[in-house]
Design a protein around this ligand. Structure first.
Ligand code: PLP
Length: 354
């Protein structure tokens, strides 16, 4: 790998108050960029002062959404060290997403160095307060200045980082979820299994509609039969029904979440039976009506786990676990955050120390 050239910012920003951090708003002093040219490969890896990108107005990403991204965090441990959680899983998923969007593969050593070297340079930005971390957003864009519908010959891999607080500052309060019956997020053969920005653009309308009805997020149904549940907002989703854990299988339109994967492992470690399969919304409502539904929660890097207290579809509403966080949801949260912040043992080698 080529050496990363560092250009330091002339003046450094004032760091925000760690007790009032808002997710994704205050970025650090520097960012990482590398360029890719077809025929030449990756070149010019560099860390430069954080600031606006120079993009041609015809850049492919702006018109045809040739973009994919990742999200992970750097955690401060009690002894002041900094560590990452399963970063190679993010890098491998980024390359799967890249393949789907006809973006070039980023060599794993370059992808990782972009993250680790930036976090090391910005180490004073990794906050110390409980539940805070440095959120890392790597992304890949096609920037050819041409409106023809072709994949880009010039692409960029960029990493930006921002300190973040607890996703739910008031604690893990259960959220209300609306089963979306009009828009779909993804179909098999589409881009649902990729972390592509375009998926998010297409999901905003349903999220806005759910919010205007008083719900936090939507539960997405499959795009073909509109019967089987897939994800909740931008999180994977799990249910505890009759003692067993149910979660949709990775059917080609569900994103392969790293938190999902980690929760499944922990649940199996604890002796739970985990069924990854097709689950209809009707099956869930029936389980809730007859008392078999014990807990429901979303999983994702930003919030770790997010308990679901109410599900609504059309005029029907069901309350889950008395609208309180359930014991398994709480245990998953405690165990995963314990590993991430270095309070608990790491039996599966998920932690990479910086
Ligand atoms: C990122 C994401 C998730 C969660 O993935 P994690 O790796 O656990 O953060 C789930 N669903 C969608 C659509 C996502 O974009």
């Amino acid at each position: 790998m080529q050496e990363i050239k560092i250009t330091r910012a002339a003046t450094l920003k004032e760091k925000p108050d760690s007790s009032t951090l808002v997710f994704g708003k205050s970025f650090t002093d520097h960012m990482f960029i590398a360029d890719y040219y077809q025929g030449k490969g990756w070149c010019d890896p560099r860390i430069v002062p954080y600031g606006p990108l120079q993009l041609d107005p015809a850049a492919k990403v702006l018109h045809y959404a040739q973009e994919i991204f990742e999200g992970l965090k750097a955690y401060r441990t009690a002894d002041g060290a900094i560590q990452l959680f399963r970063p190679m899983d993010n890098i491998r998923r980024m390359n799967l997403s890249a393949e789907r969007l006809s973006l070039p593969q980023v060599p794993e050593d370059l992808a990782l160095a972009g993250i680790t070297e930036l976090v090391k340079l910005e180490q004073d930005w990794v906050p110390h307060e409980k539940d805070t971390s440095l959120y890392i957003r790597p992304f890949l864009i096609g920037v050819d200045p041409a409106l023809g519908v072709h994949s880009s010959h010039h692409c960029q891999y960029i990493v930006i980082v921002c300190p973040v607080g607890a996703y739910y500052p008031e604690g893990l309060a259960p959220v209300k979820i609306y089963v979306e019956d009009q828009d779909v997020r993804a179909v098999k053969g589409g881009t649902g299994m990729a972390k592509a920005g375009g998926n998010y653009a297409a999901s905003l309308r349903a999220g806005d509609r759910a919010e205007s009805k008083g719900y936090t997020q939507v539960l997405w149904l499959d795009g073909v039969e509109r019967k089987y549940i897939e994800e909740v907002g931008a999180m994977n989703v799990m249910f505890k029904v009759g003692g067993k854990i149910l979660t949709p299988d990775l059917n080609g339109s569900v994103l392969d979440g790293i938190t999902r994967r980690s929760c499944i492992q922990l649940l199996k470690d604890w002796g739970y039976e985990v069924e990854e399969r097709r689950i209809s919304a009707e099956e869930l409502f029936e389980a809730a009506r007859n008392g078999a539904m014990e807990e429901a929660w979303g999983t994702g890097t930003a919030a770790v786990v997010s308990p679901i207290g109410e599900l609504a579809e059309g005029d029907e509403k069901v309350i889950i676990n008395n609208n309180e966080i359930g014991p398994v949801t709480q245990k998953l949260y405690d165990e995963l955050t314990g590993i991430q912040w270095g309070r608990n043992a790491d039996p599966h080698d998920w932690i990479m120390k910086l």
